[in-house]
Structure formats: C-alpha cells, structure tokens
Ligand binder design. Structure first.
Ligand code: SAM
Length: 654
C-alpha cells in the first residue's frame, strides 16, 4: 500500500512513510470490511462516518510537516487510524470526535495497541481544545464551510493548520494555513477533496431535535448570548471540570439542576466537584437529600462508624434521585479518592441537608444513645412514639391535630432536642462527626415536626422552613470540618435550581414571600458564594407522574416560546456557560427582565407543563453562572433490590 498508493503518488516525508508502514490499518476497521483495509479508498465506519483513504492521511500528515517534538490536535478521530499514524511522529496527539461511540471505540483500539501518546476527547472539535492550546499542528479530517476562528487562535506561531474547506457539505479544497509571527496567516490551496462535514458550532450546523435558526434570522439577544457565553465540551469530557476553575476561589459553590432526573446534570456536577476537590481543596459535598441516609454514605466513603438508621438508604420516593448509576459512580470515585488520603482530615465528606427522613433520624438518635445513655434512649423512644398515628400519613399530621383529639409532638421533640444538646459533649467525646450526627438528627426531627405542622396551612411557610433548615444544616456541617487555616472547609452543594437560584430574582421571592438556600447563602456569605444554575431544552428525563408513583423515562417538551430555554435553544451551543459578571451591559439589561423558566422536579407532567412547571425569573440576578445543555438524557435509576456482591462495596443495600 505504502509503495504504490503513497510513495508512488509523490509523498516523500520519510517520517510519514515509516509511520504509515508501521500502523496496522486493519485493526481500525469495523468487522466485515477489514479485508479492504489496504484498498485505495475511504471506507465506512460506524455512525455513517468514514476512515480516510490512506493517501489522504499521508498527504495531510506531509502538509503538516510534523516533527517529533510537535503537539498535534486532530479534529475528527473517526476510527483513530490517522491519530495512530501521527502519534508515531509527534510528541503527543489530542484527537476530538463528536460521536461518543466512535470516540470510545477509537480510544479502546489505540490503548489496546499501545499508542500511549494519544488522548481521545469526545466533543465539538470545531471549537478546538483551548485548555491544551497552543498546538504546532492542527489537522481537521472533516470538511468545514470556513476556517474556524477558534482553531486559528489555537495555533502556535509557525504552526500549520490543515483543513478541508468548501461551501458544499461534501466538496472542499485542502487548505494549509501557516501562522506568521505577526499572527497573520500564509494560506495555500492543495486541491479538491471530499470529506464528511465538520458538524459543530464553528462548522456546519445540525441538531437532531430542534431546528435552530440560521444565523441571519437570529434575534439580537440570541446573538448577544452567543457572543458572551463560552462553549463547553460535553460533561463527560476529561476537560469539562477545568472550565470551572474560577469557582475554586469561592468558599461555597452551589450547583443546581433544572430537573431531578437528568444524567448530564449529575455528570457535570460530578466533574466540577471532582475538580474542586482535587485542585482547590474542597472537602464538603452537601446534597439536597436526607441527613440520616447520606450519613450512611459518608460512613462508607470516610470509613467511619455512623448510627444505624434502621432502614435501607434512599428507599423512599423519589428513590432514583440519589439511587442512580451516575451518582453511584461519583460516590465510588469519592471513596477511592478518600482511600488515597493519608490524613483523614483531607477526606471528602458527604452530607444531606434536607428536612425529610424523620423516621430514619429517630432510629439514628435512639441507636446513638442506646449504649451511651440507655435511659435517655428509652425516653427518646417514648417521646418519638408520638408520631405513631401518622407514619403513613405525615402530610396530614398538622390538619388532623386541629380537628381531632391528637396531641402535637412539638413539646416532645423540642425537649428531646434540648436534652441532646445539653449532653452532646458527654456523648460525642468531642468527635466532631459524632457530634454532628446526633445534633443534626435531633434537629431534623424537631424541624420536620414543625414542617409537617405548617404544611397544610401555608406552602410558603413550610417551604421557608425547609430552606432555612437546609441553610442551618449547611452551616452546622461547615462548622464541623475545617481547612488548614482553621476556617470552615470549602463546600459544594448539589440541589435543584429552585433552591439555589436566588429567590429574590424569581416569582418565589417577588410574589410568594419565599426565601431559599441560594438567597440565604448570598445574604450571609456575600461574594464568597457562587450560584450555578443548569438548564436544558430537550431529550428525556427520569420522573414520576404523581407523588409516590414509579419512575418513568419521559420526553421533555420543546420549550415554551419566549422562555429562557427557548432563547438558549436558538443559540448554536450544545453545551455552554454564561458567567453574569462577564456579560456586556446590553445583555445584562435584557437578562434583568423576567423570563419563564422550566423546573422539573421528581414529578413531570408534560401535558400541563405551563401550569405546573414554569415560573418567572430574572436570570441576571438569579445565578452567578448558568450552564446550558441543549439536549440531555434521563439518569439511570438503580434497581430497587441490590445484589449481595454490591452490598459489600456499596451501602445502598444496607
Ligand atoms: N481521522 C479519521 C480516521 O482516521 O478514521 C477519519 C475521520 S472521518 C473522515 C471525519 C470524522 O469527523 C467523523 O468521525 C466525524 O464524526 C467527525 N466530526 C465531524 N464533525 C466533528 C466535530 N465538530 N468535532 C469532532 N469530530 C467531528
């Protein structure tokens, strides 16, 4: 192949000829076409893409004038073949592929064959790879309508950009751009070629679910958004977290979600949190989840004893919210990270800040006291038995008490909390974790009693009680873990946008007298807090039809015209981030107006979406940053019953 198709056609670069001889092209072929591996033509691979003709790979590599110490960026990994050829010449090759399945396949083949100086990245390569720039060579193996500005910017002086460019999706000219010392380019045309299209924000445009507008039809605000927002790679890209390094300066980072059932939100928050832990010293992960259940997870990841909560964790509706594969993977990562820490003080702890989980907290308090103070444990059992009549119907606790002859549990739970607080030093031996467990569980019980007592009277009062409880729990957690200078440890919070987006900037604060966690954090900690909202336009979501119903995978409706999601879905971003401090005044003025925004919780009713899922908010004041994901998929709920072998490694089955 090399002698006839490549050297025979005039390729002279000896590095290229040697590399082409060394790479076993058949290993990159799909089954069924591998016997054609050495034919003089492009061949089909999965996802309707192609592995380039050997001569074209050699031509591009020769035009690129690759040297052994060059760092090369390839756009369009496809089968991984061209990356393998280049990797035998260059120091390191980064190759980006927009199809996840192809990226994974290429990565597997390359690593199986031992090409260890190649990094495969899943994402939109038309934007390049800013975090690794500049590159000595950029090779684009898909046809672009014009040369992407982002690629030009990521080339070093003297660097070569080889790219097929043409106004038709399948006809291009092979162009070479060489960056001159003054930043300008020498441009050469090396003749006609026919590549598959480069599809992406700075390539040809395509979206599978929503037809986006052509640039000339876009409104001024959409154009402003496109100008001011920063494109992001997909959340599972190894580089995703780096785009959030600026959050490392904050003390508390709150990461939202516009649904409770989207895989990408979990993955993105995991990637950001991982980065904050690894590079910026964050040690606390606080979740919109029940304290007692999460304390079991914390016991698992930090290898510490925790009180028995008497039931399986995350077993109550909506169990998929934390019992899902995406979260499981992240918890497993935290466990492994903690095991690598010599000093337990550096481990990451996981905590629940929500007000639910009353029964488990009661079990935890009694279990905690049973050896340390059996008499008080017995008293706790008696006092908490006050809830017996309502175990199956806690939401009616408040209303039944008014009309029937039932005694409120208020006095009992408050007395219990006082007793625990009085004796906490004796019981906990000064161990901050034990202290936190007993006081938070007793507090949760007292606040939950108040919550269920108020729930039927005013939804605003019970909402406020819940978010105040979240805030106070967060503060208590922060006062139990410290950084090396003695200040409370840096903290990440995961909760729904409706808890995190400042309530003063939405219907919640303006029309309903509601406060929330984001607002309380801003009021108390000022600019040491960063609020990050997340949104999506389309795809699927895991949610139930009604409270207590089983989880289903549902299609998300196209956003309401005029909504914030509608605005974003007109941009060409697949993934992007808007930082409010970086936007220009015109956009700030626009985003200071009210926009409808969609909130999908554990229940999603697409048929009555307008009534049940939209609220008004002023984006400019609501979050410090907004992360946009155009199309997303439902998270993966874990089965209800867990196999024995999982029990040994993971506490979901306890
Ligand atoms: N270099 C590949 C090889 O050796 O097998 C062949 C590449 S094939 C001709 C072009 C590839 O570019 C396809 O796999 C396609 O999915 C990918 N592609 C198109 N647009 C892209 C984009 N914006 N970012 C990354 N990859 C893209």
């Amino acid at each position: 192949m090399v002698e006839t198709q490549i050297a025979g056609r005039g390729i002279k670069d000896t590095y290229v000829l040697e590399a082409m001889r060394a790479v076993p092209r058949e290993m990159f072929m799909p089954v069924g076409v591998d016997e054609l591996a050495y034919e003089d033509m492009p061949l089909p691979i999965e996802e309707d893409q192609t592995i380039s003709q050997p001569y074209i790979v050699a031509l591009m590599a020769e035009l690129a004038q690759i040297h052994p110490d060059d760092r090369v960026l390839e756009i369009g990994a496809g089968s991984g073949y061209a990356a393998a050829v280049i990797s035998l010449i260059a120091e390191h090759v980064y190759t980006i592929e927009r199809h996840e399945s192809l990226a994974m396949r290429a990565e597997n083949i390359l690593s199986d064959l031992g090409y260890d100086n190649v990094s495969v990245i899943h994402g939109d390569g038309s934007l390049g790879l800013p975090v690794e720039a500049p590159f000595d060579v950029i090779m684009v193996t898909a046809g672009a309508p014009e040369v992407p500005e982002s690629l030009k910017a990521q080339l070093s002086i003297g660097g070569r950009l080889i790219i097929p460019v043409g106004g038709h999706e399948r006809q291009q000219n092979m162009m070479r751009l060489i960056k001159l010392p003054d930043g300008d380019f020498k441009i050469e045309n090396h003749g006609p070629v026919a590549f598959v299209p480069l599809i992406g924000r700075q390539g040809w445009f395509k979206n599978n679910s929503i037809t986006r507008k052509e640039p000339e039809n876009k409104s001024p605000i959409v154009k402003l958004l496109e100008h001011d927002a920063q494109a992001l790679p997909a959340p599972d890209s190894p580089h995703f977290g780096q785009f959030f390094d600026h959050l490392g300066e904050a003390d508390i980072v709150l990461l939202g979600e516009s649904t409770h059932g989207t895989a990408e939100f979990y993955r993105a928050r995991a990637a950001i949190t991982q980065r904050l832990i690894l590079k910026h010293g964050f040690k606390i992960l606080a979740l919109e989840a029940d304290y007692p259940d999460v304390s079991v997870l914390d016991g698992f990841v930090r290898n510490r004893d925790v009180p028995d909560i008497g039931k399986p964790v995350f077993a109550r509706f909506p169990e998929w919210m934390w019992r899902n594969d995406e979260f499981l993977q992240f918890v497993s990562w935290i466990k492994a990270y903690n095991e690598s820490q010599a000093d337990p003080e550096n481990m990451t702890g996981i905590y629940g800040i929500d007000i639910y989980g009353l029964q488990s907290s009661i079990n935890a308090v009694i279990d905690f006291l049973k050896d340390k103070d059996p008499q008080l444990a017995e008293l706790a059992r008696m006092r908490y038995s006050c809830f017996e009549p309502w175990w199956d119907d806690l939401v009616n606790y408040g209303s039944t008490m008014l009309t029937e002859d039932y005694k409120s549990c208020e006095e009992d739970v408050v007395k219990m909390l006082k007793d625990v607080l009085l004796e906490r030093q004796t019981y906990t031996n000064g161990y901050a974790d034990n202290y936190l467990d007993i006081t938070r569980n007793a507090t949760l019980i007292a606040n939950a009693e108040k919550y269920y007592r108020t729930i039927f009277m005013s939804s605003a009062a019970s909402w406020n009680l819940r978010d105040e409880h979240m805030f106070n729990t967060l503060c208590a957690i922060r006062n139990s873990r410290f950084n090396s200078s003695g200040a409370p440890a840096k903290t990440v919070v995961w909760a729904h946008n409706s808890h995190i987006g400042d309530a003063r900037a939405s219907d919640m604060g303006v029309n309903r007298d509601e406060i929330n966690l984001g607002q309380l954090c801003r009021e108390n900690f000022g600019d040491k807090v960063q609020l990050v909202g997340f949104g999506t336009a389309s795809g699927t979501v895991a949610a139930a039809d009604y409270w207590g119903g089983s989880v289903e995978i549902k299609n998300i409706n196209t956003p309401m015209p005029g909504s914030y999601e509608d605005l974003w879905s007109e941009t060409s971003f697949d993934y992007a981030k808007l930082s409010m401090k970086d936007i220009d005044d015109k956009l700030r003025e626009k985003l200071a107006e009210n926009f409808m925004q969609r909130a999908i919780g554990v229940i999603y009713k697409p048929e009555s979406e307008m009534m049940s899922h939209y609220y008004n908010a002023r984006p400019a004041k609501q979050f410090d940053h907004y992360v946009w994901m155009h199309k997303t998929a439902a998270l993966t709920p874990l089965p209800q019953s867990v196999e024995q072998e999982e029990l040994e490694t993971y506490p979901f089955g306890i």
